[in-house]
Design a protein around this ligand. Structure first.
Ligand code: SAM
Length: 381
């Protein structure tokens, strides 16, 4: 991986600070096996917690707010098996790519556990409001202080029925934990699938110092993708953009605990970003497109093209779609029934490849990992 690989020298064993300073764990085979086991066990634990939480909350809703219970299809056995296998492959690949040095193994264990544990009761306390909004089909229940002229109309909604939409510190405090539970602990492993195509794309700039590379993460939210980017590119200049200042405030709190340069956080609309043409070598965007109307999706892709230096790479991640993962149609349908996702149906059959090519991108590639589709493309040099 050229010069970029040299910079990725983070610790590869998450517990090495526990009285083991003298042992070089990077070369020790046994700890590596143990680390892998620890990682797999943690993922299985997260998956069980996610499933248990969903089971418990849906039972409670059935008791307390039965009118609001969403109508979902049961998953056929075959689909459940495919999901399990696909999730196992994701975990395996996540481990393998860490082992190959794409990012440090410690990143696999990186989460604000204590923080999430203290916030977990808030998720429960928030449930009754969420149920009420769902029951009343109230999707415009936002804080009265929000200046609605400052945002596009499609944004002013309670996505996922969440309290305050994306527009409060309360919502920002619960977002990551909610996503972690929604995906049964696979959110970061899915986000990390952008790292291989990203690093491959950045090889076009291999003669430059790693610290001269500028990477923009669009829809950075609370900074989880920026954390993965920092792990893979410890010296690059990272910039995150999002429309929500509350989410960026939360991102700032979490990202400022990381060693190294603090990513720059900018509030703005991804359809018209406040940056000069050609000033980034890479643009990433994770889990945004399914929340945008079709025209906005194209605008964001056009903006990514404008902001990239010729030869630069764009990497997008979002839900799998009907064409690439027809076996998961029932999962996609259920997601739409449970959460307020007004643009998801349109997204599911939207050709992102066509949009990338329309914007001028070349070398368009796509791959699926569990419930996430990754697209990468290059701005012609
Ligand atoms: C589902 S979240 C995904 C966030 C993050 N990338 C992740 O991996 O969790 C969508 C994010 O997109 C932001 N967003 C939605 N529309 C936007 C727009 N037009 N411009 C910038 N950010 C936007 C929201 O504020 C929210 O933080």
């Amino acid at each position: 991986m050229g010069r970029l690989a040299e910079t990725n020298d983070g610790p590869r064993f998450p517990f090495q600070f526990v009285g083991m300073a003298a042992l070089d764990l990077r070369t020790a085979a046994v700890p590596e096996t143990l680390t892998k086991l620890a990682y797999r066990t943690m993922q299985q634990g997260k998956s069980l917690i996610g499933l248990a939480h969903k089971e418990a909350t849906s039972r409670l809703m059935g008791l307390l707010a039965p009118e609001g219970v969403p109508r979902t299809e049961p998953l056929p056995d075959g689909v459940l098996n495919s999901l399990r296998q696909s999730m196992d492959r994701l975990t395996e690949q996540d481990w393998r790519e860490a082992e190959q040095g794409l990012y440090p193994t410690s990143l696999l264990f990186d989460a604000p556990w204590l923080d999430w544990a203290t916030r977990y009761p808030l998720l429960w306390l928030d449930l009754p409001q969420t149920w009420l909004r769902r029951q009343e089909r109230n999707v415009r229940d936002l804080p009265s202080t929000v200046n609605s002229e400052a945002y596009p109309d499609y944004y002013l909604q309670n996505f996922h029925h969440q309290t305050d939409g994306y527009l409060s510190d309360h919502s920002a405090a619960l977002y990551d934990l909610g996503v972690e539970i929604l995906f049964n602990g696979t959110a970061d492993p899915m986000r990390r699938r952008i790292l291989r195509p990203l690093r491959r794309g950045l090889e076009a700039f291999a003669t430059r110092p790693a610290s001269a590379l500028r990477v923009l993460d669009v829809a950075a939210a609370t900074g989880r993708t920026l954390r993965q980017l920092r792990g893979a590119l410890p010296q690059a200049q990272l910039v995150g953009l999002d429309l929500s200042s509350a989410y960026l405030r939360q991102a700032n709190r979490w990202l400022s605990q990381l060693p190294g340069e603090l990513p720059q956080l900018v509030q703005g609309n991804a359809e018209a970003m406040p940056f000069a043409d050609g000033c980034f070598q890479a643009v990433t965007c994770v889990f945004l497109f399914h929340e945008l109307p079709a025209e906005a999706r194209q605008n964001v892709i056009n903006e990514a093209f404008r902001l990239l230096e010729p030869g630069g790479v764009v990497v997008l991640a979002d839900s799998v779609q009907l064409q690439d993962s027809p076996e998961f149609k029932v999962v996609m349908d259920n997601f739409r029934s449970i959460f307020h996702e007004p643009y998801y149906r349109d997204y599911l059959s939207d050709s992102i490849e066509t949009r990338l090519s329309r914007a001028g991108f070349a070398a368009i590639a796509a791959e699926s990992h569990f419930m996430t589709r990754i697209w990468s493309a290059r701005k012609p040099a």
